[in-house]
Design a protein around this ligand. Structure first.
Ligand code: FAD
Length: 257
């Protein structure tokens, strides 16, 4: 048996992204598997329902709260094994797993960057590989030759904002209205890129792909590149050329995604 620190009447709003809702009648943090098992047993013995709370990014708590035991997922071990296996506790932030894999040069998870929440929630929530979906939609647009999808840090934005770097076929141009409509039709709101970068003289990998890690580091500052950068303007339903003034508004959190 582990020692459970069961607390009473704990407000749940601070644990969620939307910061809404009432308290948990009982609340405990599970930092190892045995604690989770004990917590579930405790709820069973008390005859109260149990619910899992992780990163709180996809959870709305009702005003009356939860009349049972909320178990906050804190299992935080993360191991990378030779041969490509990853052992990640349910409470490890998903972005940490993706970043650690990428920093080791391991491929496969990079398209799942920028998704808030915990590792344990990814199978439960069937987290989508939006980078791959977005790439398919972008590549279906006339005039697009190559594209890369990645996330960039934007102040006051949870997770990362999606960015697409494109190389256009000779003579092709970006039509901000058409692109916006195509993305609106084909992609859920969270997956629509906030920024589009059109690369003039792209550096390619040996397999003719854009260098995503470099692009990600460069972000979306139009002053840092001679490439055109567009931003998603939901008010006018189009992608607009990003100028220094709008960049400053985004940096100050006055334009948000
Ligand atoms: C800005 C933003 C962008 C997003 N982008 C994407 C995206 O691109 N693709 C996508 O698929 N989703 C996306 N989401 C949704 C969200 O990231 C996922 O649903 C994520 O998996 C939620 O993780 P969490 O740890 O915050 O879960 P929570 O919000 O804490 O919990 C969500 C649900 O999962 C259950 N749960 C959580 N962990 C466990 C566990 N270990 N065992 C059993 N049940 C569990 C909870 O009980 C609850 O019912 C986005 C959300 C936001 C706010």
């Amino acid at each position: 048996m582990t020692t459970l620190d069961i607390q009473r009447d704990v407000p749940l709003a601070p644990f969620t992204t939307l910061e809404l809702g009432g308290p948990a009648k009982y609340f405990v943090r599970a930092e190892e598997e045995a604690m989770l098992a004990d917590a579930l047993r405790w709820a069973d013995d008390e005859g109260v329902p149990a619910a899992i709370l992780a990163g709180g990014s996809n959870l709305i708590v009702p005003d009356e709260g939860f009349h049972g035991l909320v178990i906050q997922m804190g299992i935080g071990d993360l191991e990378f094994h030779n041969g490509g296996a990853v052992h990640a506790g349910a409470g490890v932030p998903w972005e940490t797993v993706v970043n650690e894999a990428v920093s080791r040069g391991w491929a496969g998870l990079e398209c799942l960057t920028g998704i808030p929440g915990s590792t344990g929630a990814t199978p439960i929530q069937n987290v989508g590989a939006y980078g791959q979906e977005v790439a398919e939609v972008v590549m279906a647009q006339p005039g697009v030759d190559i594209c890369a999808i990645y996330g960039v840090d934007v102040p006051d934005t949870e997770g990362r904002a999606g960015m697409a770097a494109l190389v256009l076929e000779s003579g092709a141009i970006i039509d901000g209205d058409t692109l916006y409509q195509a993305f609106e039709t084909a992609l859920p709101a969270y997956a629509r890129p906030a920024f589009i970068r059109v690369q003039d003289a792209p550096e390619l990998t040996a397999t003719f792909k854009l260098r995503k890690v470099e692009l990600q580091k460069q972000g979306f500052d139009p002053k840092a590149t001679s490439d055109q950068i567009f931003y998603r303007d939901d008010a006018s339903s189009q992608y607009r050329l990003l100028d220094a003034e709008t960049f400053a508004l985004i940096e100050r959190g006055e334009v948000r995604f």
